[in-house]
Structures are given as structure tokens and as C-alpha cells.
Write a protein that binds this ligand. Sequence first.
Ligand SMILES: Nc1ncnc2c1ncn2[C@@H]1O[C@H](COP(=O)(O)OP(=O)(O)O)[C@@H](O)[C@H]1O
Ligand SMILES: [Mg+2]
Length: 383
Amino acid sequence: MSGTSLDGIDAVLIGVEGGIPPTGWRQLAFTCVPFSPDDRARLHALMHPRVDLAALGTANMWLGERFAQAALEVIAQAGCRPEDIDAVASHGQTVWHQPPRAGQPGGTLQLGEPSVIAERTGILTVADFRPRDMAAGGQGAPLVPFADYLLFHSSVRSVAVQNIGGIANVTYLPQGAGIDQVLAFDTGPGNMVIDALVAHYSGGAESFDRDGRGAARGRVHAVLLEELLQHPYFAQSPPKSTGREEFGAAYAQTVLARCAAFGLSADDAIATVTALTAVSIVRAYQAYIAPIGAIDVLILGGGGSYNQALQAMLAERLPGVSIHQHEDAGISGAAKEAIAFALLGHATLCGVPSNVPSVTGARHPVVLGTIVPADPRRAIKFE
Ligand SMILES: Nc1ncnc2c1ncn2[C@@H]1O[C@H](COP(=O)(O)OP(=O)(O)O)[C@@H](O)[C@H]1O
Ligand SMILES: [Mg+2]
């Protein structure tokens, strides 16, 4: 899995028992293979509506190699061989994601050619999870709620799982709810705008605000914050999803211009966009979750959950909510999205639908993904 932050490829090896829901699972190894600044620049160049087709085609193969390498690394780290592994599930790298809206057809494109992964590893590879949901009328996102449901639903408390990646997204699991009652949507930017501002003010020397130190030193500019919160995405009702198309480089440029107009220091600007993430999350809960039910427990995950300034801003605005990290539930927050796609791949191989229509807006449940067969020397023998 690589998300919108472009920090690196997350690879996890899990063992799963049983079908869906699994009777048990455990994490065997996890690694994040970082993208270099050059890799990141190459990926940024692809996320442009007028991208060069030759660049797109070759990047698909190049990313396939990188994802295959990440899979082989995590397998080796667990002390296993590729022959021991039943399947690879690969989300790939999203370069374009536009849900259908107002009569306009949507589109979604993940790179990291699964045939390359299958060829290099010899392992059956499940990939391209999003298009089938979109074909069924959904947004193709978010898909992680299926895993959130398997991992966190509870008969005694209502749980919200807040991932803070490049984009921030929440899954709300009402107490005792079935999967068809799950609510989930992207709340807006997670680290994406923070990362862009840190890169700008540090002249590219840093790519994120480690532990939220810059934001902690700065002061939130209340007027600019309110202005930024007027972005139309926040007022849109779920189902909704967003990405770099809305909160990427062009948006960061606009924000930087407004910070300059208000004369903000780098730390004040970083504090203000950190507050944009925190307040947009809290207001999304008030607008779209509170009418359905309370949040007893909030579980934070993704790289942004390590940003202490952001955590403090959330805690301050959510009195009475018990806030935890994935680690408190025995799950690595950094590995969580990769675990989610491993479980989605498992569902595909079980022939079980794994989109959540109440979340994506799809007309019906569908089995997600494309399957590239294993090396025939390893394929199941039918005799
Ligand atoms: N210690 C930390 N302090 C603050 N932010 C962090 C820290 N570690 C990671 N991050 C943020 O998390 C991002 C990566 O998060 P991740 O969950 O991998 O997002 P994505 O799914 O978009 O790739 C980094 O780009 C960075 O902004
Ligand atoms: Mg990442």
C-alpha cells in the first residue's frame, strides 16, 4: 500500500485463519520502504491531468518493481520464502481518483503493475480494488471500512476509527451495528497540506512536521483558519471522498499565498493548517456522525496520529471521548492500511464482497479486485 502522502510503500505480512470474518489473524512482519525525494518528484509529476502517457506507462512498470521488492522484503523479514506465501494484495499508488458527480462519470487509476508483482514473486496477486466498486455506481473509496468493521466493531460501544494519512478519513461503527450501518468518509486533508507547507518553508529539506513540533511552536491564525474551513468539500454530505485533486499542490499554493497575505511566520502557518485538519475532523463528527450517535472511543491511526500537536488539538475539542492509538488495540497504526488491503485481498479470494455500499454509495456489494495468477509451477494442481 502507498497512500497519498507518497512517503513510502507499506508492506505487511499477515497470517489469516478462516474465511470472512477470519477466525484469527496475526501480523508476522511490517516494513515501510521509503520513496526517495527523486521518487516523490517523479510521482508528483504523474498526478497531473495532462500527464505524459509514456511517463505513465513506464511508471506503472517501475512501481510494479518497487511494490514487488517491498513484498519480497517483508517476506524475508518474517523469515519466510515466497513459496510460503499464498497471495499478495496490492493497492498500488493512486495517481488519479475522481468519484462520479453531477452526471460526470468518475475515474480511478492505481499504478504498480500487478503482473510485475506476480512475475517477480511468483505469488498470486490481487490488485485494482477500486474500479469494481465504481463500476457498481460507488465512489471506489473508502475501502478500509470493511477492515475497520472486522477489526473494531463492538457490541458495547460506538467506535470511530480516524486515519490521518495524506487525506484524513473516518469510519464510524455504531454500537452493535451490522456492516450495512457503517458510516465512513474522508473528512478532508490529513497531513497533505502540513507536509506541503513544511517542504515549502524548509526549502525541501524536510517533508513533514515531525511530532508536530512546528505546529506546537506556532499560533493558530483564527481568521485564516475560518476562511480555510469554508472550502466546499467540508459542507458536502457523505458519501464523499477526496484527494490530491482537491487538496494537493495547487491548493497548498493558494494556502501559502493566504499565509503570506496575513504575514504569518512558518510556524504559525503550520499551526494553522494543522488546526485545519483537526477542526475539519471535529466538525465532520458534529455534522455527520452526531445525528446518528455518540462516539465513545476514537482510535487514531496513520502517520498523522504521531503528530502530537494535532493529537492535542483533537483531544481539546473532543471532551468525553476516549482517544486511543491503534497500538492500544495491539495493531500497528503504521501497518493498518496495509493490513486492511491484505484482508480485502483475502475477501476477494474467498469470493466475498468487501465494498461497503452504505459507505461508497455503490448500488450493491461486489467482490473487489483483479487477480493475476501465480507462477504455474506453484499453482494449485487439479487432479
Ligand atoms: N512522527 C511524526 N510526526 C508527524 N507526522 C508524521 C510522523 N510520522 C509520519 N507522519 C506523517 O504521516 C505521513 C505518512 O502517513 P501515512 O499514514 O503513511 O499516509 P498515506 O496513507 O497518505 O501514505 C507523513 O507524510 C507525515 O506527514
Ligand atoms: Mg504512507
